[in-house]
Design a protein around this ligand. Structure first.
Ligand code: XUL
Ligand code: CO
Length: 437
């Protein structure tokens, strides 16, 4: 049985192609800055939206037509779904996928039964990985859907729930290792609060720090050498999420002695919910040496929630790729499409359209960014803008030789600072447009 009988492997046909089931920009073998597009972009398909998304929303029922899925919670259905997932990812030509434990296998009545269900489906995933060569970009534990996590998982007021979450992450780490996952993600789904009147924030943050140390210790114990990632998001489901943005995550990691053990998995729609651009989050994180991976999607600027749409905007992808190239790439992370088709796009073929569009947008963004870098106009401008720091008083300040007294002496002697120069924002935006156009 095949899940997508009418669809053959998606091919690269070039920018002039009008075939909706072909790539116009993503040629996996094309070399850009000395590396293939495949190795730069490391595309990954998410299991949760693409194979578990139903299209339901707070106002309406499920809409998705998924002929391979009988809608039951059985392990057999989960195994059939896994085979359909690998057929999709293989036909698309994405080298990676990512999952939550509960996406791939049904939860049982007890932890032991749930773990058995997971082991059964992991055997299918392993078989499919071997058959196709598709790899696991990252695994993660769903610590937010089940009602037990209503008050949080690592930051719950209920110590038993913390213990359950620990057991769940322990198992998910072991499974991620078994499947050769390159990374392991923590997105703090319900790690935050709705109201401070019932919340001991300091105690909750201390517990989160302890929980992540336990994860690091367990990884060491079992020999899991993948990269740990934290995924910032400011709100939704809670009013305030503790991992609210990249800067808050870096501060948390430093405060709790976890900085060397974690990098960040940045998501575009989370950046915009936090009031930042994705470029801001990338630039800040990479500057701290903590850029690990990205969840590629986009929000709708007219809606204030996490719409997780597929990215199609070349400005956005070019900005992302400019920062990613500048800091040497994402590996062992990748470009993970944490994005879902709209509930109106309910047919299986829409999954192909969505991913092809996202992959093309990133491939185009990569090419634009590489061209901007090869001509060096922006770099040269920025370098020149900061030239007062390269010698003289600037170099004295940067090297730590200056203090307030020596700077006062310097300025008393000089009388007034050198004049400023234009920041040329409009010119630079026009230059950027030359490459995108
Ligand atoms: C939620 C979100 C998650 C994480 C993994 O907004 O982005 O799907 O990526 O738990
Ligand atoms: Co995400």
């Amino acid at each position: 049985m095949t899940a997508f009988p009418k669809i053959a492997k998606i091919q690269y046909e070039g920018p002039k192609s009008k075939n909706p089931l072909a790539f116009r920009w993503y040629d996996e073998n094309e070399v850009v800055e000395g590396k293939t597009m495949r190795d730069h972009l490391r595309f990954s398909v998410v299991y949760w939206h693409t194979f578990r998304g139903t299209g339901s929303d707070p106002f309406g029922a499920a809409t998705m037509a998924r002929p391979w899925d009988d809608g039951s919670n059985s392990v057999e259905n989960a195994a059939r779904r896994a085979r359909a997932a690998f057929e999709f990812i293989e036909k698309l030509g994405a080298p990676f996928y990512a999952f939550h434990d509960r996406d791939v296998a049904p939860e049982g009545a007890t932890l032991a039964e749930t773990n058995r269900n997971l082991d059964a489906v992991v055997r299918v995933l392993q078989e499919e990985q071997r058959r196709t060569g598709i790899k696991l970009l990252w695994g993660t534990a769903n610590l937010f859907s089940h009602p037990r996590y209503m008050h949080g998982a690592a930051t719950t007021c209920n110590a038993d729930v913390f213990a359950y979450a620990a057991a769940q992450v322990k198992k998910c780490l072991e499974v991620t290792k078994e499947l050769g996952g390159g990374n392991y993600v923590f997105w703090g789904g319900r790690e935050g609060y709705q109201n401070l009147l019932n919340t001991d924030m300091k105690r909750e943050l201390d517990h989160l720090g302890r929980f992540l140390h336990m994860a690091v210790d367990h990884a060491r114990k079992i020999g899991f050498t993948g990269q740990f990632l934290i995924e910032p998001k400011p709100k939704e489901p809670t009013k305030h999420q503790y991992d609210s943005d990249a800067a808050a995550c870096c501060n948390f990691l430093r405060a709790y002695g976890l900085f060397d053990h974690f990098k960040l998995n940045l998501e575009t729609n989370h950046a915009t919910l936090a009031g930042h651009t994705m470029m801001h989050e990338l630039d800040y994180t990479a500057g701290q040496g903590r850029l690990g991976s990205i969840d590629a999607n986009t929000g709708d600027l007219l809606l204030g929630w996490d719409t997780d749409q597929f990215p199609t905007n070349y400005y956005l992808t070019a900005e992302c790729m400019l920062v990613i190239l500048k800091y040497g790439g994402l590996a062992p992370g990748g470009v993970n499409f944490d994005a879902k088709v709209r509930r109106e796009s309910f047919e299986p073929i829409d999954l192909f359209h969505a991913h092809i569009g996202g992959m093309d947008a990133f491939a185009r963004g990569l090419k634009i960014a590489a061209e901007i870098r090869s001509e060096g106009v922006l770099d040269t401008f920025v370098r020149n803008r900061y030239r007062s720091w390269d010698a003289g008083i600037g170099a004295e300040i940067e090297s730590g030789r200056a203090d307030f007294a020596s700077l006062e002496q310097y300025m008393l002697g000089k009388g007034e600072a050198d004049p400023n120069e234009s920041g040329r924002q409009e010119l630079l935006e026009n230059i950027f447009n030359r490459y995108v156009g």
